[in-house]
Design a protein around this ligand. Structure first.
Ligand code: G3I
Length: 335
């Protein structure tokens, strides 16, 4: 068989992909995953809503399908995610009368959830995103005003890590967030992680999501992130890499000319150049980076389709809509 991403990066770090349960059914997607990747993350299947829709009911089918595929094909598996303000079912925060539960009840539910989910995949999942996106994008605060924060208080984060460590002492535990190249948010995430380290909370790494575009980040911003978080003694993983061909929403007005739905040769060139730079930086910092995962497989489907602009298709990945390697792929594997 031809060489895949995982082979080119064998001496560097595992290369992962976010998957849906459909992609691991026999077919071209499954073949592409096996040929190219040696790590996987379930895109949605292990989140609270999908996996734990009611208090006493778990839906393991999709999560199991992904975990089985990973095990059968000797692919590492990252768990995503145990505690997030998004995709958490309403029952989690309310009692049978619809009233908001107490701190004690919510902590007990969080512990039960983490214990059950991590317990089921013990030994099959080597790293977990324990807490996801707990820091707000703007302002000076460290804690997003989520239901977990409002009901439990700021220590919900350390509790989640403690429960996770008890559930599977050998799993690597990560805090995962986005916009980490924004200096203000990066500093606030750093403060959070430093306080966890100071309190001896069992945390092993930081997941930098890496939902980027061909306009950002710069190599310098990226290196600043890697060095800053690694200085805390944490492993760094890029957990949700994609490179949108469109400018971020706040830049849209200025660059409206690029804002069409087709993948132009100019976009292909810019994207290849950007991916080249990103992976150069990753390789340079291989001593600090223990994984790089793409958020979705091919341009046939990305969470960025219709987001944030309805009706707009995006092309953020290394494989085109037919599963063929793009220019960006070549720029990542030729070094
Ligand atoms: O499964 C239901 C289906 O039953 C229903 O009929 C359909 C109707 O809308 O919705 C389906 O659920 C959708 C789910 O994706 C599965 O396709 C949700 O509406 C949709 O909100 C959900 O989006 C996911 C999003 O997280 C939720 O915030 C994306 O697929 C997923 O890629 C995205 O991933 C996140 C990471 O977990 C954390 N970091 C950011 C990243 C991108 O937003």
């Amino acid at each position: 068989p031809e060489k895949g991403l995982k082979d080119y990066y064998k001496a560097y770090f595992p290369i992962g992909v976010a998957v849906s349960p459909r992609m691991v059914q026999p077919g071209p997607d499954a073949e592409l995953i096996k040929a190219q990747f040696n790590s996987m993350t379930p895109e949605n299947a292990m989140k609270m809503g999908p996996v734990h829709p009611e208090e006493n009911r778990y839906n393991w089918k999709d999560a199991d399908a992904i975990a089985d595929f990973a095990q059968q094909n000797n692919i590492k598996l990252r768990g995503h995610t145990l505690c997030w303000h998004n995709q958490t079912p309403r029952w989690f925060f309310t009692d049978s009368t619809g009233k908001t539960v107490s701190r004690e009840v919510l902590l007990a539910r969080l512990k039960q959830h983490i214990t059950d989910v991590m317990g089921r995949y013990k030994g099959k999942i080597y790293a977990w995103d324990v807490v996801n996106e707990a820091v707000p994008d703007t302002g000076t605060g460290i804690y997003r005003k989520s239901k977990f924060y409002e009901i439990i208080g700021e220590d919900y984060i350390e509790k989640a890590f403690q429960y996770a460590h008890e559930a599977d002492p050998s799993a690597q535990l990560f805090y995962n967030d986005y916009n980490t190249e924004n200096a203000s948010k990066r500093n606030r995430i750093y403060q959070l992680l430093k306080s966890l380290k100071d309190k001896k909370v069992p945390i092993n790494g930081v997941g930098l999501q890496a939902h980027w575009s061909i306009y950002e980040p710069t190599a310098q911003e990226l290196e600043e992130s890697i060095n800053k978080f690694a200085s805390l003694g944490l492993k760094v993983q890029f957990t949700e890499v994609d490179v949108s061909v469109y400018p971020k929403e706040h830049e849209r007005r200025a660059r409206r000319d690029t804002d069409k739905s087709e993948f132009t040769p100019d976009m292909a060139d810019k994207q290849a150049a950007h991916y080249k730079m990103l992976f150069e930086v990753f390789r340079k910092h291989r001593d600090k980076i223990t994984g790089v995962t793409f958020w979705n497989l091919t341009d046939r489907y990305s969470w960025l389709d219709n987001f944030p602009v309805p009706g707009r298709k995006d092309y953020p990945l290394l494989f085109d809509q037919n599963g063929q390697p793009k220019k960006a792929y070549e720029s990542v594997v030729k070094f």
